[in-house]
Design a protein around this ligand. Sequence first.
Ligand code: PCA
Length: 213
Amino acid sequence: MKVLVTGFDPFGGESINPAYEAVKMLPDEIAGAQIIKREIPTSFTRGTAEVVRQIELCQPDLVLNVGQAGGAAGLRVERVAINLADARIPDNDGAQPVDEPLVQDGAPAYFAKLPVKAMVRGVQAKGYPCQLSYTAGTYVCNAVMYTVLHTVQSYPHIRAGFVHVPYATSQLEGKAAGTPAMPLADITAALAAAIEAAVQNKTDLKEQMGRLD
Ligand code: PCA
């Protein structure tokens, strides 16, 4: 089994992106699956095009895209991607789309094709903070998640989804006191636990993980 794992390049003035830093440090094999690691640009156009190119090139069985969610206290396994770009800051190409669909006449949203609850529990079982999330935002991460889920409509055997990771501790300098972060080694280990759960669980857990907000 082949797993394509991507991480974004730095954006928004940061000098690293903990997503790609952690992806880079993943082992080459998790739960018997081969891990293929790629960096993708934080760009609405180039990031989405590159991930589709990598899917066609690598022919993976499972795709997990990973991005930074600054301010998150732990990992966030994303359940939903929406057909909307509304950028609070320009991407790495200077593009700042407002209220634009990602795919003209595309489905309003897609659900992750991964056992998201099993992934949350898998990460928590290793002692790392992790939550199920019902929005991946409206920036490049959501765009990549939506594009991948749209693309795999034509490859029904490919399972796919997205995980957001918090700031690495090394990024905290100059940020407000109390900004949450995790050591990069912990982000990497937590990500590996999420991948292990995704590889090992073909169906999701049937347990309540809903939210009221
Ligand atoms: N995080 C951004 C885009 C790239 C990344 O790592 C996001 O959450 O949209």
